[in-house]
Design a protein around this ligand. Sequence first.
Ligand SMILES: [Ca+2]
Length: 510
Amino acid sequence: MKKQTRRDFLKHLGYMAGSATALSILPSCNTIGQTRDRKRPNIIFIMSDDHASHAISCYGSKINKTPNFDRIAKEGMRFTNSFCTNSICAPCRAVILTGKYSHINGVKDNALTFDGSQQTFPKLLQQAGYETAMIGKWHLKTDPTGFDYWNILPGQGLYYNPAMIEMGERKNYTGYVTDIITDQALNWIKNRTGDKPFCLMYHHKAPHREWEPGPKYLTLYDDVTMPEPENLFDDYSNRGRAAKEQDMSIEKTMTDRDLKLVTPKNFTPEQKKLWDAAYGPKNEAFRKANLQGKDLVRWKYQRYIKDYLRCIASVDENVGRVLDYLDESGLAKDTVVIYTSDQGFYLGDHGWFDKRFMYEESLRMPLLVRYPGEIKAGSVNDDIVLNLDFASTFLDFAGAPIPADLQGVSLRKVLQGKTPRDWRTSMYYHYYEYPAVHSVKRHYGVRTKRYKLIHFYHDIDEWELYDLQKDPKEMKNVLNDPAYTGIVKELKAELEQLREKYKDTTGSTA
Ligand SMILES: [Ca+2]
């Protein structure tokens, strides 16, 4: 491994005075209007795992710089109201593959198995003449279907020296998972034969728990103190039992392994040496300090967020490798590049890590899309868009028929800057995994641009209303505030309408 100095890395991020950032030296790719006679585009669908948009600099991150994700935004469109319909790993992936809500595609929670015999967008793309591949994290228990090539991590996979399953055959790799998945993705693109357009799902494990950084970034951020979220010490007053009774707090839930107080076991001697050199002295200082109470929570937050961001630094770097290759090979102009994450994540917000709740930080998904001929460079869109829409969008770009049973809507017009007048003004959400790890109670809800109504219907029967304009951090349930009586009535009607529209009869308290 080539050692990179901290100075080199900061320079790469554009931290040093006088250094050109990756962003400022890129040519403008805005060639709107030249869309006629274009061939059907390739699609590279990049997805990471648990990457919250508030850890991406083009989304205003206060804690890290992500020059390569930003590059997709600068050359394409950034969505500010992109949401998932069920904020947990396997269910999100099943929604994306099928374009259908969890109660229809069958994967309501992480314990359930995806039925690979059902209709998915990769199968439909294959029928439309696309070559399809799935490389990286899959997490759906059954083997992938609808792909000409697949090479996936088993289950969650490992950060270091992972096994991968290539077309049914298990192989062991040495190295760091984010680099390995990228190597496989680039190899696949480079070694394709034939002239079919392709769709590559290039899906990272990072930055999923337990946030093990790659060798190159083990000491990144060692000399900085990350700003804390203003509600790190949330006491959950003004809200119901669901927020109080979760088990996903930095204070109480994090393990020694999460906090790197024990060393993972699957390193090579060289990897272990680097790891111990990075964490050994810091852990010794921590033990000596004997921190208690809020000081201990603060330390845990710093350890957690730095490791999380170190994992993201590797993803950003590797996405940059893919973008560079697309430029060098001339593929960039004919390729739709999407960056997203399976859902958002709490970065100490409300004192939490993990996801699941319909609250903003885990409901939101980053969504950046670049396609030079059709998407205006540097555009920003605030329409309500969902992971449910991806399947229809990909089929639309491929010129393939969009089956009537898909529940999402193609984003192609939105990406062209021509949002249809009847575009959705609200979205429907439903989370199921309870009782289970992290103890987040089952709930469904509706979100408009300004309000969010949530019904925790299982174990308890509680409703919550948030005015996101006045209370963007969702610190006060205003359900019983008389000023909102009319809003509650409207949103309850909207919620019922959406449940009917999407044929969701699950979660009824009746
Ligand atoms: Ca996830």
